[in-house]
Design a protein around this ligand. Structure first.
Ligand code: ADP
Ligand code: MG
Length: 352
């Protein structure tokens, strides 16, 4: 009960916003559920500094606001800084939900990974300076390890809060210039299993490029969404039974794979990889046996990278990309994996 009062009071004293407080800037994204703009505040609110991001969303925006409010209180560092959300009725297109975040920066992991400079471009933004060191596998591995640690740290925050993201992909990971670390964005498809919000919506389409083979994150035998108090009491049990968080782990595993293997960064090659993996019954070791004998230099270099330090990277990778959800490692266990024993980029060992 106290938690609800606190949340209410906190929300009451935060600045509120309305439609004409904003000046729309560049369009940053457009999905089937909304449009995202960079915005600044209009003159009458110019005392409040800063750049913002505004999403005008359809009816799904209600859930997204709810998720963002919850994340803000429970694991604020995992996701982009949420500022405010409200229902805007006066739009021509009918009711719209408007969501406002702090502008975290211009780089998504997707954009960074598309650059020929990856992963060195990430090293530069994390450290805030260019390192004048020879390039090579060891250094790349260190950068990728640092990124993976940040991603798992953010994901562990969400999972410990009881939230499964369900749309983890490089496009939904933003580099926060303020905290010099990656954060997760786009809670539009997230599910909160503790209170049964957005519980297996049938109409929701998962991104086939990054989604785990299971169609439902909860067992199909679980009855439809229970009422909130029942769900709250049952959820630790359901969570243990179904391990829905492992859906996100599979997606993070694919991102790890793409970072290690440059040739898998393009959409078409990722789709081809997914087809091969399916043919191998989602057994990554079988996939390796299939492609390694006739691998090009690019692919061989990827295997070399994950084989560093006695193959500890490959070990972590294969514990994330697995067919059976319950055989996949959790975010928390992954953070304790020996892959992370070695020091990453120095900036991070100071921060975490
Ligand atoms: P969509 O539903 O369109 O996928 P997202 O929430 O993923 O909406 O946002 C779309 C794009 O807007 C992101 O890929 C990112 O480039 C940008 N973006 C979203 N939130 C932020 C933020 N807080 N700071 C900076 N850019 C953001
Ligand atoms: Mg998105």
């Amino acid at each position: 009960f106290d938690m609800f009062v606190l949340a209410f009071v906190e929300r009451l004293f935060r600045p509120t916003f309305r439609k004409d407080d904003f000046v729309l800037g560049k369009k940053l994204g457009e999905g089937s559920f909304g449009v995202v703009y960079r915005v600044s505040l209009s003159k009458k609110r110019s005392s409040e500094e800063g750049e913002y991001v505004l999403k005008k969303a359809t009816e799904y925006g209600a859930v997204e606001i709810w998720m963002n409010e919850r994340v803000r209180r429970a694991c604020g560092n995992s996701c982009a800084d949420f500022v405010y959300g409200f229902l805007e009725k006066s739009s021509k297109k009918g009711p719209e939900y408007w969501l406002l975040w702090k502008y975290e920066g211009e780089s998504t992991l997707a954009g960074l990974m598309q650059s020929k400079e990856f992963p060195y471009n990430v090293e530069t933004i994390i450290l805030g300076k260019v390192q004048d060191l020879p390039k090579g596998l060891e250094r790349e591995n260190k950068i990728i390890q640092t990124i993976m640690r940040q991603l798992l740290f953010a994901l562990d925050g969400l999972h410990s809060t009881g939230i499964v993201h369900r749309d983890i992909k490089p496009q939904n990971i933003i580099f926060s210039e303020g905290s010099r670390a990656f954060k997760i964005i786009d809670l539009g498809a997230a599910a909160d299993l503790r209170v049964g919000i957005n519980y297996i919506p049938k109409e929701f389409l998962l991104d086939p490029r990054y989604s785990a083979p299971e169609q439902y994150i909860m067992s199909t035998q679980t009855p439809s969404a229970p009422s909130a108090p029942v769900a709250a009491a049952l959820s630790p049990v359901l969570w243990q039974m179904n391990l829905p968080d492992r859906f996100d782990i599979y997606s993070i595993g694919l991102i790890f794979l793409q970072m290690a293997f440059p040739s898998l960064r393009s959409d078409s090659n990722l789709i081809q990889f997914n087809r091969q993996l399916k043919r191998c019954e989602y057994d990554l070791t079988a996939w390796r046996k299939l492609v390694e004998p006739r691998a090009n230099a690019d692919l061989r270099r990827g295997f070399e990278l994950v084989d560093l330090d006695g193959g500890i990277g490959w070990e972590l990778l294969t514990s994330m990309v697995r067919y059976k959800a319950r055989q996949r490692i959790s975010a928390k266990a992954a953070l304790a994996h020996p892959y992370f024993d070695r020091q990453g980029l120095l900036a991070l060992s100071v921060m975490q």
